[in-house]
Design a protein around this ligand. Structure first.
Ligand code: NAI
Length: 331
């Protein structure tokens, strides 16, 4: 039998946490033959709710779930974890300045970085979900210098999956037959959902999405804004943010990172830029990646037209500004 993998979920008493922990316990994230031990962290005001989630995990009698740690102590939460899903953060409240929200999250991610660095298992893989996801991940990286930078990522898979969903709805095809969309940049409304390399499996072979949709006006405008603003549309409809799809996409992110992407398929992940595609090095930026043996690699050599170039640069500029703002909170 396999040794259990320890998976940390921060903010586990929140909305995404409530959708995410049962998925992990059912094997959605790491596979149906991989036992897990869940580590759940939240803050003291949520301690009772967190304990309630723990009670439900016990009650659900998941065969793969070999243990549950539910705590408000960051050291206990981080000890020995192999995977860390960082969902906890400080939400923007009405009337708050951007800088104040950033400042709260910078201090959270700074201290959780230190705890992970000191207490997580060697080679722990980290995905940051909490917003501003890219910049929180960057702060985590800066304050956990002994964790390899390739192990620190942020979630843009939800945006990637949303793009797949929009194409599948538009063409009335199975979402599993659509692949290789790309989310470039920030997990924010400046992200660039790019379909220039995306394809659909048809009875006549793989066809480019552009050839099948035959409506560049839609692809270059409405498709992009729909994906960029989908989060806001869900909040408007549900009066709550997207939790089910965020949780599911976080599972996809870790699943593909650990178990690999299928041959000929890439996914989008926020990773530490090495300057690929002339994106400034030193930002956490969403790129197309393939994964093998537990490591991601940025897909190289894709053509970037002028329209795309502008959009790649715009979202990079926003991330550089966020980075500057985050650093200004450190002093
Ligand atoms: P929520 O407010 O329901 O849950 C957040 C939880 O984090 C709360 O239980 C809170 O007590 C906890 N928390 C706050 N500070 C903490 C700390 N220092 N340590 C541990 N836990 C802490 O929010 P929800 O809906 O679950 O969303 C969580 C985050 O995910 C938000 O920042 C949201 O903007 C972000 N998000 C990101 C998406 C993505 O695609 N990257 C998609 C959807 C949401």
């Amino acid at each position: 039998a396999k040794e259990p993998v320890r998976v940390l979920v921060t903010g586990a008493a929140g909305q995404i946490g409530y959708a995410l922990v049962p998925m992990i316990a059912r094997g959605v994230m790491l596979g149906p033959d991989q036992p897990v031990i869940l580590h759940m962290l939240d803050i003291p005001p949520a301690a009772e709710a967190l304990n309630g989630v723990k009670m439900e995990l016990v009650d659900a009698a998941f065969p793969l779930l070999k243990g549950v740690v539910a705590t408000t102590d960051v050291v206990e939460a981080c000890t020995g974890v192999n995977i860390a899903v960082m969902v906890g953060g400080f939400p923007r409240k009405e009337g708050m300045e951007r800088k104040d929200v950033m400042s709260k999250n910078v201090s959270i991610y700074k201290s959780q970085a230190s705890a992970l660095e000191k207490h997580a298992a060697a080679n722990c893989k980290v995905v940051v979900v909490a917003n501003p996801a890219n910049t929180n991940a960057l702060i985590l990286k800066e304050f956990a210098p002994s964790i390899p930078e390739k192990n620190i990522t942020c979630l843009t898979r939800l945006d990637h999956n949303r793009a797949l969903g929009q194409i599948s709805e538009r063409l009335n095809v199975q979402v599993s037959d659509v692949k290789n969309v790309i989310i470039w940049g920030n997990h924010s409304s400046t992200q660039y959902p790019d379909v220039n390399h995306a394809t659909v499996k048809t009875p006549a072979g793989e066809k480019p999405v552009r050839e099948l949709v035959k409506d560049d006006a839609w692809l270059n405008a409405e498709f992009i804004t729909t994906v960029q603003q989908r989060g806001a549309a869900i909040i408007k409809a549900r009066k709550l943010s997207s939790a089910l799809s965020a949780a599911s996409s976080a599972c996809d992110h870790i699943h593909d990172w650990v178990l690999g992407t299928p041959e000929g398929t890439w996914v989008s992940m926020g990773v530490y830029s090495d300057g690929s595609y002339n994106v400034p090095a030193g930002l956490i930026y969403s790129f197309p990646v393939t994964c093998q043996n537990g490591e991601w690699k940025i897909v190289q050599g894709l053509g970037i037209d002028e329209f795309s170039r502008k959009k790649l640069d715009l979202t990079a500029d926003e991330l550089s500004e966020e980075k500057a703002l985050a650093y200004s909170c450190l002093t």
